[in-house]
Every structure is written in structure tokens, then in C-alpha cells.
Design a protein around this ligand. Structure first.
Ligand code: NDP
Ligand code: X2W
Length: 329
């Protein structure tokens, strides 16, 4: 829904076709999703041949395990795909099975896909883009200047990441039931979160001294937003000014990542936007860094970053269709 809303207003998008795997014949979007009650678009049954004839590219916003099964015809035909799921973010089929507990895509498909962390890995000239996970996006953007510039002890990274309930998707579950989620905080998937391996792959592309991270996830009683709070020990001789300089230089020219120094951002300031706001505090007593990285999980963490990748893929202005405003108050 969020991706469709963005694409409807995208200046370069002339038309959008919607497909649903459960349909056997066309159905009006207005009858399927009440929020689109004035939208006469016909949702069509899923069919890869029709999709490749009627469109110039396809986005998949499907549950884990789906594109692992459905990706082949597109890859074989060289037809452009942006996949919002985790199915092609990893390089190794056995790693996927270990973390997602589902059958993996063919190994070749996993190797061919481009990991689309859009602010660092441009999707220009790519045909199959694996859009990063929401926690992975907030965490990697928070860590990039430290890891790329070798400023921290690579064995000391601790990530305490928190998400609103929309991250859990549309199907109700016990943890996201109102009476359980409201007025509550719930740690989940300790040391088992499926975003750990994609974070590790990217960190090691930047700096192969990073062997592991401590990563925890907590469900917040809010609808949208992620805060990734990151702790790490700085290397001997590295001070606050050097850290500040690394963030300012890395993000100075990136339209969606805002480094705001010691002013630690809150979640609400990015909800509704494709921004990642990052604040950093250094404690000279403990030589520990605290990084606070916030995103809207449905935008920068999913649909917004997918549109950013789409813009790179087709050589459109990077910010096209993404001039969004924070939801206030
Ligand atoms: N929510 C978030 O914060 C984030 C989401 N993502 C990714 O974004 C995408 C959308 O997320 P979200 O809306 O939360 O996910 P949901 O779980 O709410 O929706 C998943 C969709 O996949 C469809 N689907 C399930 N099985 C199949 C199948 N076999 N063939 C085709 N379609 C299928 C479902 O349709 P039906 O219900 O009719 O079966 C449903 O519409 C996913 O790829 C997710 O991994 C990424 C980062 C963050
Ligand atoms: C709150 C919540 O449950 N968040 C989800 C976010 C992951 C997601 O959306 O899916 P991908 O793995 O495709 O990125 C989770 O922690 O599993």
C-alpha cells in the first residue's frame, strides 16, 4: 500500500499494474483495500508472462519465501525486479535457510542480486535489486562512518534496535495484538533476527575486521518507526572531533541521510519521510560511542528505499517521488 501510494505520485511513473496471487480474475482495488475506496484500478491475477509483457519492471512486496520461488523467470529474462523481501539479500542459500527457516532461491540468483542499500550501493545498471531490511537499513547507516573509517574496535559493536508494530506486516499475531503491544515493550528474536546476516555481509564489505555484532530487537507500542541505538568502543587515539568529521563527510551530500551531531533524533521526526536521521554522542570517560539512527520502517526501511533504488536503476533524479513531509504532530 505504501509503495503504491508513492508510485502513484511519482512524476516518472506513467502507469501502475497491481497483481495479487490469490485472485483468479480481476478485482477492483477499492473493494480489496478500504483506504483506496475511490480508486478504480483493477487488481489482476499474478502471472509472470503478463507482467513482463505489460510492464517495464516489477516490485515484489511479498512475504519471506515467495520471491525465492518466483524470481527465476524474471532473472532468466533479464527483466528488472526490486524485491522488498529478504529472499535475495544474502549470498548463500544455506545461510538463508538458517536465518529464514524457508527454502532458499537458487544459489545463482542469490549471487546475481544487488544489495540495494541505496545511499552506498547504487542500483544504476542493476536488474535484480534486493531492497535491504528495515532494521538493517537503520543499523548500517548508523554504523557506516565508524566502520568504513576504522574508528571503532570491530569486536565491540552492540545494537539495540526497536521497531513499531507495522514492521510485523498485516497479519495479526500475539505479540502485535493491541492488549499485548500497547503499554508494553517486548524483546524478540534474541540473537536470531534474520537481518543479522545481511548487516554482517555489508559491514564486512566495508571492513573485514568486523567478525560479529551483538544485535537485539524490541517491539515498541507505536505504529511506524525504528530506532537503532548502537554502542561501540572507539579505537585508542580517536576522539570526538574525528568521529564528528567522519559522519559529516560521509553524509554531507546524501539527500536522505541527515547527520545532526549530538542532537539525538527521535522516531517521530522521520515518520512519513524517506529520511534517516543520525545523532552521535561520544563518552570520553568510557571511550564508548552511542549512535542513534532513526527511520520510518515503511519508507526508508521498505517502500521509500525501494523507490530510491528504482530512481537509481532508471537514472531518474534520486529524490524523485520522495519529497515527503514528516507526519506532525
Ligand atoms: N513492514 C516492514 O517494516 C518492512 C517490510 N519489508 C518487506 O516489504 C514487503 C511488504 O511488507 P509488509 O506489507 O509488511 O508484508 P505483509 O506480510 O503485510 O504482506 C505480505 C504480502 O505478500 C503476499 N503474499 C504472501 N504469499 C504470497 C505468494 N505466495 N505469492 C504472492 N504474494 C504473496 C501477501 O498476500 P496475502 O495476504 O493475500 O497472502 C501480502 O500481501 C515484504 O517483502 C517485507 O519483507 C521490508 C522491510 C520492512
Ligand atoms: C516488528 C517486526 O516484527 N519487524 C519485522 C521486520 C522484518 C521485515 O519486515 O521483514 P524482512 O525480513 O523482509 O525485512 C521483524 O523483526 O521480523
Amino acid at each position: 500500500m505504501v509503495l503504491y501510494q508513492l508510485l502513484r505520485r511519482h512524476p516518472e511513473v506513467a502507469g501502475i499494474n497491481l497483481y495479487d496471487h490469490k485472485l483468479t480474475e480481476n478485482e477492483k482495488l477499492s473493494q480489496m483495500v478500504s483506504a483506496f475506496y475511490t480508486d478504480d484500478t483493477q487488481v489482476q491475477p499474478y502471472d509472470p508472462k503478463t507482467i513482463m509483457v505489460d510492464n517495464q519492471m516489477v516490485f515484489f512486496a511479498t512475504s519471506a519465501g515467495v520471491t525465492a520461488q518466483l524470481s527465476q523467470p524474471y532473472i532468466q529474462a533479464g527483466f528488472p525486479v526490486i524485491d522488498l523481501s529478504g529472499d535475495l539479500r544474502l549470498e548463500d542459500a544455506s545461510e538463508y535457510q538458517r536465518w529464514y527457516h524457508k527454502p532458499a532461491a537458487p544459489q545463482l540468483a542469490m549471487r546475481q542480486a544487488h544489495y540495494g542499500l541505496a545511499d552506498f550501493e547504487s542500483a544504476v545498471h542493476q536488474t535484480y535489486v534486493a531492497n535491504p531490511g528495515c532494521y538493517a537499513t537503520a543499523t548500517l547507516l548508523g554504523l557506516a562512518p565508524l566502520v568504513q573509517n576504522d574508528l571503532i574496535d570491530p569486536g565491540s559493536i552492540i545494537v539495540d534496535a526497536k521497531s513499531g508494530t507495522s514492521g510485523a506486516g498485516k497479519n495479526p499475531a500475539q505479540a502485535t495484538h493491541f492488549t499485548q503491544a500497547n503499554d508494553n515493550l517486548q524483546i524478540y528474536k534474541p540473537n536470531q533476527h534474520q537481518h543479522i546476516p545481511e548487516i554482517m555481509l555489508e559491514l564486512q564489505r566495508w571492513n573485514d575486521d568486523v567478525a560479529a555484532i551483538q544485535f537485539m530487537t524490541t517491539l515498541l507500542p507505536i505504529t511506524r518507526g525504528i530506532m537503532s541505538t548502537i554502542y561501540a568502543k572507539v579505537k585508542p587515539g580517536v576522539g570526538g572531533a574525528q568521529i564528528d568529521q567522519a559522519y559529516a563527510t560521509t553524509y554531507g551530500n546524501k539527500p536522505f541521510v541527515h547527520y545532526i551531531g549530538e542532537h539525538l533524533p527521535d522516531i517521530k521526526q522521520v515518520v512519513g519521510t524517506n529520511n534517516c536521521d543520525i545523532g552521535v554522542v561520544y563518552n570520553p570517560v568510557t571511550q564508548m560511542m552511542v549512535v542513534d539512527s532513526v527511520i520510518d520502517n515503511l519508507l526508508k526501511g521498505a517502500a521509500g528505499q525501494a523507490v530510491q533504488n528504482f530512481n537509481q536503476m532508471f537514472d531518474y533524479e534520486e529524490t524523485s517521488g520522495l519529497n515527503l513531509q514528516t507526519f506532525l504532530p
